[in-house]
Design a protein around this ligand. Sequence first.
Ligand SMILES: Cc1cc2nc3c(=O)[nH]c(=O)nc-3n(C[C@H](O)[C@H](O)[C@H](O)COP(=O)(O)OP(=O)(O)OC[C@H]3O[C@@H](n4cnc5c(N)ncnc54)[C@H](O)[C@@H]3O)c2cc1C
Length: 371
Amino acid sequence: MRLTQRIVVIGGGVLGTMHAVMARRRGYEVVHLEREGEARGASVRNFGLVWVSGRRAGAELALALRARELWAELGAAVPGLRFRPAGSLTVAADDAELRVLKEAAALPDAVLRDFELLDAGAVRTANPALRGELAGGLLCRADAIVEPRQVLPALRGYLAGDGYQWWPGREVTEIAPNAVRDHTGAWHHCDLVVLCPGAVFTGVVGRYHRSLARDGVRRVRLQMMQTAPLAERLTTAVADGDSLRYYPAYDLPARTLLPPQPPVAARTRAQLLMVQRADSGLTIGDTHEYDEAFAFDVDSDAYDHLQARAEALLGAAIPRVQRRWAGVYSEVSTGSALYHRSEPEPGVVLVTGPGGRGMTCAPAIAEETFR
Ligand SMILES: Cc1cc2nc3c(=O)[nH]c(=O)nc-3n(C[C@H](O)[C@H](O)[C@H](O)COP(=O)(O)OP(=O)(O)OC[C@H]3O[C@@H](n4cnc5c(N)ncnc54)[C@H](O)[C@@H]3O)c2cc1C
């Protein structure tokens, strides 16, 4: 007789993998299936930002703060995540942007975000690589960085052993009571299915479209790039003033007084985020495309804009761009949910739609599933 309960997790992205971690912590056996040889979705295409600074006050901030704690804990146990409590600087180019930062620094929950408003000199002291023209910045010590290309294998290495089976290259094609079947025809029996399909809404997920529609789950496509190593350290992650238009924490009176974005930034819904990777290269992004069918090619105008913004902050040319890619995430777009979780049929839990906060919040979302 099998006493331990067995969970099948479908999807090898960060949400599926964090569900595997949280299930093992509770003593469940885990069978983990991924259709690709290695996850290739949003979880490996992102900045690796554990981003607290821009979260909406209340439930969203609480979820991100809990996740930040869990990332720090996991980072201590799993060095391969390369967790760094580096913080971030959101940089104001002019007085209009600085006024938004001042209001953010005065928010009642600023202390939870570990915000500090800095003048231009203090920004350069905190991050000496920022030699461009700037009016000031908002330091958020709560923000952190992990290495997205290493996180998933590192977590699986941590889980390896009795009670955890990793099956890459297996697409789940059928879900039945207490079992799933993969494309090779093999059945995997279990007590519970946790389905974390990311931005895949067809195939086995297709029959749950009504559940996804409840939260208006949609897909968003982003463009990113990565440079050759920068010769010096970028001590914090960096965001530009365009990010003030994007993140809900900055929905403040001074935001309404910001001038329009340059046309290319407005058209591609661009904001600059810049993170130095463990190998010293810079990950730079991003843009936001909401209307499907998405472009299959990348837009150089958007890259030129992001490069110019990065160079304006650094006061120097960025190293040669070595990689460009696009990524797609799923996000809830209606109501107040921060992500989608449903039980579309008994014994099946569907978790997706965390949007641009998915890397940040994944450990806390997985914890909530098992609570
Ligand atoms: C460019 C970009 C930058 C981002 N930056 C950040 C950031 O810095 N910080 C942050 O917090 N968030 C960020 N995000 C958001 C974050 O990356 C996502 O919310 C998160 O990775 C979603 O994880 P997931 O596991 O749900 O999806 P995914 O990573 O897409 O994983 C889903 C997996 O399920 C597999 N799968 C689907 N169907 C099946 C099936 N039938 N059988 C087997 N396997 C299946 C897929 O192959 C895939 O590997 C960014 C996203 C993008 C695209």
